[in-house]
Design a binder for this molecule. Structure first.
Ligand SMILES: [Zn+2]
Length: 454
C-alpha cells in the first residue's frame, strides 16, 4: 500500500503481545500543537484533514511514511503540501507520540501569509474554504496550464514547454513555475493565475526571476470582473497596463496560425477630442484607451530587468498624449511656449525653435489627429479636412510630411480624400506643390513625427 498516493483503509491484523515498547499495529495519536490542520496530497490533489486522517494509520505505516516524505523531499518532489500556502510539509512528533504535520520551511510559510503559521489558528470558515478550494481551483489551474502549453507548442520559436505537474493550493504556494520554455534563447516562465495571489508572493517571484535572468509572465484564465482584485491590479500595473488571458479560442487560433497568441487586455494612454465650452474649438483630452485583442507573442517587447512583456511603454504613451494635447492648445489658443519646451526636451536640444516652425508643427499634428477623429482638432473649421487644407495653404515645408504620415498611419481614407484634399494629395505624391517642385520638408518635424507616431 502506498500512502503517498492512495490510502485504502487498512485491515488490522490481530495483535500479538510484543516484548518491545513499539507496537507497529497501534493507531497513531495526533497533536494539534504546531499543526498544519489540512494537508494536500500532491499525487491526487486530495485535501486531508490531519486530525481525522492520521488516526486511521497504524504506527507502522506512519513510521514508513515519515522517511518516505523526507526522501521525496530531497528530490524536491514533496508528496504533501500545506493546503493553505502550498509549501511542503513533513511529519513530526512530540514526545508522548503526538504526531503532526509541519512546514519544512517555517519562514517561507510565514512570508506567504499561511493561516497555519505559529500563533494563529484559522477560523472555521477559512478551514471550510480551504477544504473545498482544492478540487475546484486545482481543475482550473490544470486546464490553464494546458492551454498555455498548447499556445507555446503551436509556435516553433518556443522550445518544447515543460509543464509542472504539481498543484498549487489555497494561497498559491509555489515551488516550481507552471510552464517553462525558451523564446529566442531567453528563458520564459508562465504562471497560471486562477485566483488571488498575495502581493508578497508576486513580489518575491518577480525578484527571483529577475535575479535568474528569466522572464515571468502571468497568465489569467479569464478577464477579471468589475471588481479587480489586488492581484489583478498589481500584475496589470507592473506590466505597463497589460494583462494576458488564455482560453480555448486563443489556443485554437494559435494552433491554426502557428503563432503563439494571447488575449491581451490593455489600457493605453491616449487622447480624444473634446470641445472647449468657452471657445467652441475642439481640443484634445487625456483618455485611457481600452483594448482586448489577440496579440502575437512576437509583437511583445520583453524586458527581463523590469519583468515586463508589453506592446507599449506607459510613460512614452503618456508623453505622446501630453504632447498632442499641447499641440491642440497651441493651434487653438496660440500658446506656443509649452510646445517649444516639450520639443526641446524630446529632441534633447537647447536650439531655439521659431514661432513659425512651432505653428507648422502644431498644425501638422492637429491635421493628423483631425483625420483620425474625423473632426477639426484645434481649429474652428467645420470638418476634418479644414486642418489639412490649412497645412497645405500655410505650411508647405510640412505638407509632404502630412501626406506621407496619413498614408503610413492608415488615415488616408476615402472620406479624407474627398474634394480638394484628394487632388492635393495626388499633387504632393508627385513631388509637386502649386505648380512647382515640393519644397524640402523640415527634418526636425520628421524626427518629431517618428517620435510621436512610430
Ligand atoms: Zn502553510
Amino acid at each position: 500500500m502506498n500512502l503517498l498516493s492512495e490510502h485504502n483503509s487498512p485491515e488490522k491484523s490481530s495483535v500479538l503481545p510484543r516484548m518491545s515498547g513499539f507496537d507497529p499495529t497501534a493507531h497513531v495519536l495526533v497533536t494539534k500543537q504546531n499543526a498544519v490542520a489540512l494537508v494536500t496530497r500532491v499525487a491526487d490533489h486530495k485535501t486531508l484533514d490531519v486530525a481525522a486522517w492520521l488516526p486511521t494509520l497504524t504506527m507502522g505505516e506512519l513510521h514508513a511514511l515519515r522517511p518516505a516524505i523526507r526522501q521525496a523531499g530531497v528530490r524536491r518532489e514533496h508528496p504533501f503540501v500545506c493546503a493553505a500556502c502550498g509549501e511542503p510539509v513533513i511529519l513530526k512528533a512530540l514526545a508522548g507520540h503526538g504526531h503532526y504535520f509541519s512546514h519544512v520551511e517555517k519562514h517561507v510559510a510565514e512570508l506567504a501569509g499561511c493561516p497555519f503559521r505559529e500563533g494563529r489558528s484559522p477560523s472555521l470558515e477559512e478551514l471550510d474554504r480551504m477544504r473545498y478550494h482544492g478540487q475546484r481551483e486545482g481543475e482550473r489551474h490544470r486546464r490553464t496550464k494546458e492551454l498555455i502549453a498548447r499556445t507555446l507548442r503551436a509556435d516553433d520559436r518556443f522550445a518544447e514547454p515543460l509543464v509542472e505537474s504539481t498543484w498549487r493550493s489555497y494561497l498559491e504556494g509555489w515551488r516550481r513555475p507552471d510552464v517553462r520554455s525558451e523564446w529566442a534563447g531567453l528563458p520564459v516562465v508562465f504562471e497560471a493565475q486562477v485566483s488571488n495571489t498575495y502581493p508578497q508572493v508576486v513580489a518575491e517571484r518577480t525578484a527571483f526571476y529577475q535575479q535568474e535572468q528569466m522572464l515571468l509572465v502571468w497568465i489569467f484564465d479569464r478577464m477579471p470582473g468589475k471588481a479587480w482584485r489586488t492581484m489583478h491590479a498589481d500584475t496589470f500595473c507592473a506590466n505597463q497596463q497589460h494583462l494576458f488571458v488564455v482560453d480555448e479560442e486563443s489556443a485554437a487560433e494559435s494552433e491554426r496560425r502557428g503563432t503563439a497568441l494571447l488575449w491581451t487586455y490593455t489600457l493605453c494612454p491616449s487622447v480624444r477630442p473634446e470641445r472647449c465650452e468657452s471657445t467652441g474649438r475642439i481640443l484634445l483630452a487625456p483618455f485611457q484607451e481600452e483594448r482586448f485583442e489577440l496579440v502575437a507573442f512576437h509583437d511583445l517587447s520583453l524586458d527581463v530587468g523590469r519583468q515586463t512583456a508589453c506592446l507599449f511603454e506607459l510613460s512614452r504613451e503618456e508623453h505622446r498624449s501630453r504632447h498632442k494635447i499641447l499641440c491642440a492648445i497651441a493651434q487653438a489658443e496660440c500658446q506656443l511656449d509649452p510646445v517649444r519646451r516639450d520639443i526641446q526636451d524630446i529632441l534633447k536640444t537647447d536650439h531655439p525653435i521659431s514661432n513659425e516652425r512651432l505653428s507648422a508643427w502644431a498644425a501638422l499634428v492637429c491635421a493628423i489627429e483631425s483625420a483620425r477623429f474625423a473632426c477639426a482638432v484645434g481649429t474652428a473649421h467645420a470638418n476634418a479636412a479644414g486642418p489639412l487644407n490649412l497645412v497645405y495653404d500655410h505650411y508647405p515645408t510640412v505638407v509632404g510630411l502630412l501626406v506621407y504620415g496619413l498614408q503610413r498611419l492608415g488615415l488616408d481614407t476615402e472620406s479624407i480624400r474627398r474634394k480638394a484634399w484628394g487632388e492635393r494629395t495626388r499633387e504632393i505624391l508627385h513631388g509637386r506643390y502649386r505648380g512647382a517642385e515640393l519644397p524640402s520638408q523640415h527634418a526636425g518635424s520628421e524626427r518629431m513625427l517618428s517620435w510621436l507616431y512610430d
